[in-house]
Design a protein around this ligand. Structure first.
Ligand code: GDP
Ligand code: MN
Length: 394
């Protein structure tokens, strides 16, 4: 789960990391008022969306008058801001963060990530901050410092000091940088985050280290024991298709294609996506109905798949062990009737109660396309989808 920049900064502050003073605003008037509370001469108005690269998209504006703040806020609020991380549909700006502006002397990159291969937290840093880490590794690969944390002892002060020295920081800044790095690590381990990224961490003209931007992602599997973090969730920033499925206990990931998939088991679901691609189609989603799926659950899966307006054909692929093909078939029939499905539906059933399942489908009088094997199913759904498209076009 991702959180907003202002929420991340609030947390970082608690862990001893210095952040600029700021306040949240939901309207242009409130943004102007926030700036007046902060005093100072220049302010930054920042669109709060779950994405980086807002600056290049107009989502970070430095202002020196009330009018500029109000104009920036008018422009941002209610807009779907498109960055190269959001996809073409962008993300809705519902709130702004207004901060006192910082005078920057140097921008540094600092990131802490969970490296799954090493099974350890890795600190990544570069004196060439401001650009994204992908750009840094493409343009300035030699500037990147990597430091692996031993989980048995956690991040040690000497290790943080080493990173600070490698960044080439002046001696007066070292202690502050160490505090920042240790603070990020403590937050990460105590709050079950799997990524903390400060980009940029800046050295100010007055010689201070400040986290100017902050991105934190949390481990979804640990949220049950972090109610305070769960509360920070903002569903308006998430893929609505995924939220719908997740709220109903379905394992669903939205993709870009037209073939909707309902499959049991994560492995078979992945294989199904590959087979659809090999047959010349593009899957619209990954969906694992799980084991022992009731007809209700199958109906719910159809609803989840059909939430995606790009879906033009559906493939149900079940290799039933704990599942029962007759329940699946009942679910398919109910879904096709209740949702008045017009698009092609291909169903491949195999395993427990397969005969009963096939019988239910055959006797339903519905235009279900049966398939024998996975390859056959993928070919049929892509073929039926193309036929339907061709018919529509002519
Ligand atoms: P991002 O584009 O979503 O990563 O948003 P950031 O918060 O990182 O802001 C983008 C860039 O705007 C930063 O790299 C800075 O160069 C600039 N910026 C942000 N806040 C300030 C500020 O207070 N003062 C100055 N001078 N520049 C800022
Ligand atoms: Mn940034």
């Amino acid at each position: 789960m991702d959180i907003h920049e202002y929420q991340a900064k609030e947390l970082l502050k608690r862990f001893g990391v210095q952040v600029p003073r700021g306040g949240i605003a939901y309207s242009p008037e409130q943004a102007v008022y926030r700036a007046s509370e902060l005093s100072g001469e220049r302010w930054v108005v920042k669109a709060q969306i779950h994405s980086g690269a807002r600056g290049k998209a107009g989502g970070v504006r430095i202002c020196s008058t009330e009018e500029e703040i109000s104009d920036a806020a008018h422009w941002m609020l209610g807009r779907r801001l498109v960055t190269h991380q959001t996809g073409p549909q962008g993300k809705l700006v519902g709130r702004l963060y207004v901060e006192e502006a910082t005078n920057i002397a140097q921008e540094i990159y600092l990131g802490l990530v969970m490296d799954r291969k090493l099974e350890r937290v890795v600190v990544v840093a570069s004196a060439q901050g401001g650009m994204e880490i992908e750009e840094i590794s493409a343009n300035e690969p030699d500037s990147i410092i990597r430091s692996v944390v031993d989980p048995a002892v956690g991040m040690q002060a000497f290790q943080a000091r080493e990173i600070a020295f490698s960044l080439g920081l002046e001696p007066p800044m070292i202690a502050q940088a160490v505090k920042t790095i240790l603070g990020c690590y403590a937050l990460m381990s105590e709050m079950d985050a799997n990524m903390v990224e400060i980009n940029p961490m800046v050295v100010t003209r007055s010689g201070e280290i400040v986290a100017l931007d902050a991105k934190i992602s949390f481990d979804d599997n640990a949220l049950f024991r972090r109610p305070e973090i769960s509360e920070l969730r903002d569903k308006s920033q998430e893929d609505s298709r995924e939220t719908f499925a997740e709220d109903r206990g379905l394992s669903y990931i939205g993709l870009e294609g037209e073939i909707g998939c309902i499959v049991n088991g994560a492995g078979l679901a992945m294989a199904t996506l590959d087979m659809i691609k090999m047959s010349g189609g593009e899957p619209a989603n990954f969906l694992d109905v799980g084991g022992g799926a009731s007809p209700d659950r199958v109906l719910m899966s159809f609803k989840a798949v059909l939430n995606d307006p790009n879906v033009e054909a559906i493939l149900v692929n079940i290799f039933a062990g704990i599942n029962r093909c007759d329940w699946i078939a009942e679910g398919v029939v109910r879904a096709m009737r209740e949702l008045e499905l017009q698009m092609p539906v291909v169903v491949r059933l195999s395993g427990t109660n397969v005969e009963e399942g096939r019988k239910i489908l055959a006797e339903s009088g519905l235009a279900v396309i049966p398939a024998e094997t996975l390859a056959d199913a993928a070919d049929k759904v892509v073929g039926a989808w193309k036929d339907a498209k061709f018919k529509e076009a002519s």
